[in-house]
Design a protein around this ligand. Structure first.
Ligand SMILES: [Zn+2]
Ligand SMILES: [Zn+2]
Length: 387
């Protein structure tokens, strides 16, 4: 069946501007909530397109409304704007101009694609069946996330359904992944300090060695997923940091361990946190060490609404839609929106081996495929009709 609306042509009308916006934002990455320049570019484009713009939402977010007279429903589309505190290793003409900051998660493309979609949709608002809201959010990459503050400031008020989209290097460009149910995990971080008694390395009997206790604890923690978690469920408990000692002839006073706990299931998350606590206290005690445990809860599990996934898959049938690709234990603060209103977070294929675009998000050579941006832009235009 041919489309009643020529989405490809409408996307083509704004594509060059999308590429220019992405290049500009990519070259000038901003971190966390301090995304004033990027937010300013988004707000100016939204105002130019004739939308009703609110700035400073959730500190530095932008919300732009496209009102359709007579519409009874409103769909929200969300893009994140923040970069990562890392160096880029791509040799691109528009590579990051700021040392220690880089758009290695594709949020530059998310912002540019959504600006383009809003511009194109505003030019044809008479053909829309529902009102739209465009949400440009800061601080996706760091706890507590940017979504809670934007929700607090009312960005979901009057919204019936919400969609988000992430460039996704696990799918080839041209494909779009739609996964109903739990799609992304809850990523907690944790820190354990084991306090002993330091001393001369020649007299270990006079010390309480935290290194030996820490080693036993690392081994014991590896048994939690293997022995406590239902083998048909899943979870991660990783030790990613150990720090102790400063000299070859000194037994240190304390050891620090750090790591992550991830799960798709609230009960599994509770179990992992409880076992981490118990093992730290009991193994610590067995070695004469005092254990202090600190767990920082990550974003909730991201759960896509089945009805919204069906609506998205139908609206996007011009693409190679992959139903139910593998979920990921990476975290995403879009989960907070989905706790409030039904919707879906979609995976936009961004992989092209011929161009060397194969690195996952957060890799220093992660890169956005221009063809994926064209797809994402067109996907937003189609989703505007997925009410
Ligand atoms: Zn990221
Ligand atoms: Zn991201």
């Amino acid at each position: 069946m041919s489309d009643p609306i020529d989405f490809r042509a409408r996307a083509a009308d704004v594509y060059d501007r999308v590429v220019a916006w992405q290049r500009d934002i990519h070259a000038h990455p901003e971190i966390g909530f301090a995304v004033e320049r990027t937010a300013g570019i988004a707000a100016a484009a939204m105002a130019e397109a004739g939308l009703v713009v609110r700035e400073g939402v959730g500190q530095t977010g932008v919300v732009a409304d496209l009102e359709v007279p007579g519409a009874t429903r409103r769909i929200a589309f969300r893009a994140d704007m923040d970069a990562l505190p890392m160096d880029e290793e791509n040799d691109l003409p528009h590579r990051s101009t700021i040392p220690g900051r880089a758009h290695c998660c594709g949020h530059d493309a998310h912002t540019a694609m959504l600006m383009g979609a809003a511009t194109a949709l505003a030019a044809h608002r008479d053909t829309l069946g529902c009102s739209l809201r465009f949400i440009f959010q800061p601080n996706e990459e760091a706890l507590p996330g940017g979504a809670p503050a934007m929700i607090e400031d009312g960005c979901l008020d009057g919204v019936d359904r919400i969609f988000g989209m992430h460039v996704w290097p696990l799918l080839d460009t041209g494909r779009i992944g739609v996964l109903a149910g739990p799609a992304m995990g809850q990523p907690d971080t944790w820190r354990i300090v084991l306090e002993g008694k330091g001393g001369h390395a020649a007299t270990p009997h006079e010390t309480i060695d935290p290194i030996v206790g820490a080693s036993a604890l690392v081994g014991a923690l590896q048994s939690v997923v293997a022995r406590n978690v239902d083998p048909l469920a899943c979870g991660v408990l990783s030790v990613t940091r150990i720090h102790a000692g400063s000299a070859d002839n000194v037994i240190p006073e304390r050891a620090l361990l750090g790591g992550t706990i991830r799960s798709f299931d609230r009960a599994v998350g509770d179990l992992l946190r409880r076992r981490l606590d118990e093992l730290a206290a009991r193994i610590g005690a067995a070695y004469g060490l005092d254990a202090t445990v600190e767990i920082t809860r990550g974003y909730p599990v991201l759960v896509n609404d089945a009805g919204s996934c069906d609506a998205a898959a139908a609206a996007l049938d011009a693409f190679d839609v992959v139903r139910d690709p593998a979920p990921t234990l990476g975290g995403e603060d879009f989960a907070y929106y989905l706790e409030r209103v039904p919707g879906a977070f979609l995976f936009l294929g961004n992989r092209d081996e011929a161009q060397g675009i194969v690195h996952f998000c957060h890799h220093p050579r992660f890169r956005v495929d221009d063809a994926a941006m064209r797809d994402g832009l067109e996907a937003w235009l189609r989703l505007a009709f997925a009410a």
